[in-house]
Design a protein around this ligand. Sequence first.
Ligand code: NAD
Ligand code: MG
Length: 376
Amino acid sequence: MRKIGIIGATGSIGSQAIDIIEQEKDDFQVIFLTAHNQLDKLIKIGKKVNAKHLVLTSERHHTDKVLTGIDELLKVIENEEIDIILSAAVGFSGLIPTYCALKKGIDIALANKESMVAAGRLLNETAKKNDAKIIPVDSEHSAVYQCLLGHDTSYLEKIILTASGGPFRNRPIDSFEFISVEEALNHPNWSMGRKITVDSATMMNKGLELIEARFLFNVGHDKLDVVIHPESIIHSIVAFCDGSYLAQMGVPDMKIPISYAISYPERVKLDIPRLNFFELKKLTFIKPDFERYPCLRIAMEALKIDKNSIYIALNAANEVAVDAFLKEVIKFNEIPMIIERTIEDFPVEDVMDIEEIVKMDKLAREKSRKLMSNII
Ligand code: NAD
Ligand code: MG
């Protein structure tokens, strides 16, 4: 019996994890589930998997039906015996509970890439100190993790993340300012939460994933690459110094990496479509174009600086800008502008302390909001 908690249980990743746990009832005991706002849905899924605690993390709601507020979540993490936590909240908000869990030596199945981007070094150090594992849920990182198992990483030459290219791979660039929210939310291969779907359209998602990979696998920018692979069958590739490549494949279904991360080192039998190579016929690969995807260029430049104040600023500005785009306050092509200007002249330093990281994130958000009010 594995004792599990899920942060962000009502989201796209969280809901798929609930389905897997329901299927594998005998293997998991659910210690807690959290949601930010959706009380009814939280109660419903809590019943489904017989969760011991339910926490609504938003401070705005007060109800005696469930625990409320982030402090209650931290208390549950502190006081309960838990083997693994699926960190699947969206955005920087996932950082504090993830950090507290690692501090207690609890393994993390990490979907919340933003916390690794903002605090990769601190999370790695905390995990190491407390003998906790961080197992990636992101499909690309799960692929890399699986390809690297049993290999000495001193022979690693490159990690190549694959990207679908999103819905605007062939759209004329001069029409990007007219991209509607609905168009941006229409991803060709994956069904995901709103923020990550927009990130996939700008390809900041791949930028965040490069930074995530930098910390998960402890590699520099010179060992990281991106290739567009529109079919999303190869989930990522690792190359070794002898010219050998390993790749992981599968249908694009997040249940594969989610189940892998929460069951590791075991595997779950999943009832999802198998690859049919005769139907696939061919796989294609395209070089990403920075003019089409400026967010990817910005992330790659940040990787060269490799100071986490810059990663914090990039992540915070992206969250602010994507939120504004979703509210139709700014245009699609203004997202990279806000991120780039937020990073410009931002303090360049490594912040290791959790409180300093939170302060730095606030500072970046204030700056990007100010920049935004100048645009609109
Ligand atoms: P989602 O929007 O569908 O769900 C987000 C969840 O987080 C919900 O349960 C929500 O209640 C909770 N939440 C929202 N704001 C919060 C806050 N301020 N504090 C605490 N909880 C909050 O998002 P998603 O698509 O499931 O993505 C979750 C994370 O997983 C993101 O970091 C995303 O980048 C990553 N991820 C998602 C996918 C995918 O297929 N959806 C794939 C790879 C990585
Ligand atoms: Mg991914």
